[in-house]
Design a protein around this ligand. Structure first.
Ligand code: SF4
Ligand code: SF4
Length: 345
């Protein structure tokens, strides 16, 4: 499946987990703290954790050895193939991450750390295997700095020195107002020696959201057309035609979203689940621009032997996994289905 950017080994491993009734991916908001106040940030939205006055800023979080112990217990309870560490700003807990990241690597887990690079990224992390440092850079310097101060371009350029980062840009309406903007952004980060990859997501609104960030239908079509044209020119831009097709027609609902069904998301108290996907609240799937979701959906739409869409096998496998897990629960508890891992929705 080289044409969809995923190796057969990863797919088979993930499939095994799904058939056994667990999810291969886990996403954890490691802290509720963040020195930034980005417009359009979903993590601090009122409905991110389901509403009712419960918000990320009001949730408990942990520090020091307690965080390391609880974090690793959560990971070990899930035994994931891949973990995404988000926030808040994860680097607020850089000391704890200095213990957590090597332990994840020892367990063979692929870790992705999503950061604003507001503070220096410890140099020694560059040697940790299977760690990907994803830095959020939302546009060229004037627009980025306006949105993401104090994580300005000046700081990012200093703080990524010695690393090979993945630049992740979420395109909002502010970035589509000028022709050639996207190309200039790609040229800037393609030329940076500390950039390994460039990822582009499109802003994903909540249902009914009216905001400056939200892309109109025409904006979205233009961005996708620009990406299609620019894709062959930038070797660091990790994007595929099959992913662009998903951006054109995203999954219809969380129930149809492979990403939502394969990823358990936890907030900073390491207990509260974020549903239906990492955005929380009531995300507008018809306008989803999440690259991770689009990437998995692109795999789902791939036809095995040109006949059966992988997604059909996936959704059937989820049902099998759910049954396996229920049976296991019955066998272990003698009918009382106490569970250590969360059920599929
Ligand atoms: S850095 Fe991330 S968590 Fe912090 S305000 Fe910005 S988008 Fe939200
Ligand atoms: S990742 Fe996108 S498509 Fe999937 S549930 Fe969330 S908003 Fe919907």
């Amino acid at each position: 499946m080289g044409d969809i950017g995923v190796g057969a080994r990863e797919i088979i491993q993930a499939w095994g987990r799904i058939l056994a009734g667990s999810r291969p991916n886990i996403s954890i908001e490691i802290t509720r703290e963040c020195p930034l106040r980005c417009p359009g940030c979903y993590a601090y939205g009122d409905d991110h954790l389901g509403g009712g006055g419960v918000t990320l800023r009001g949730l408990a979080d942990y520090t020091g050895d307690e965080l390391v112990t609880r974090f690793m217990a959560l990971v070990d309870g899930h035994n994931p193939l891949h973990i995404s560490i988000v926030g808040g700003e994860p680097l607020v807990r850089y000391r704890e991450l200095g213990q957590i990241l090597p332990q994840l690597a020892e367990r063979g887990i692929h870790a992705q750390l999503v950061t604003s690079a507001v503070r220096p990224i410890p140099r020694q992390w560059a040697a940790i295997p299977r760690l990907q440092i994803v830095t959020s850079i939302d546009g060229l310097q004037p627009e980025h700095d306006a949105r993401r101060t104090p994580a300005t371009y000046e700081r990012i350029l200093k703080h990524i020195a010695g690393h090979q980062i993945t630049v992740h840009c979420t395109i909002t309406r502010q970035q589509v107002r000028r022709d050639g903007y996207l190309e200039e952004f790609l040229r800037t980060w393609q030329a940076n020696p500390n950039t390994r990859l460039i990822w582009i997501s499109l802003y994903t609104p909540q249902v009914g959201e009216i905001s400056e960030e939200r892309l109109r239908a025409a904006d979205r079509a233009k961005v996708i057309a620009d990406l299609r044209r620019l894709m062959p020119q930038f070797s660091k831009l990790q994007l595929l035609e099959s992913v662009l097709k998903v951006f054109e027609k995203p999954p219809e609902s969380p129930d149809q979203c492979i990403f939502a069904k394969t990823t358990d998301c936890y907030s900073s108290d390491l207990e509260r689940r974020i549903t239906p996907c990492q955005f929380g609240g009531n995300p507008d799937c018809s306008n989803c621009g999440c690259l991770a979701s689009a990437g998995l959906e692109a795999i789902g739409r791939h036809r095995l032997l040109g006949v059966v869409p992988v997604g059909r096998i996936f959704h059937a496998s989820v049902r099998v996994g759910r049954a396996v897990k229920q049976l296991r629960g019955v066998a272990v508890s003698g009918g009382n289905q106490e569970r250590s891992l969360p059920e599929y929705d």
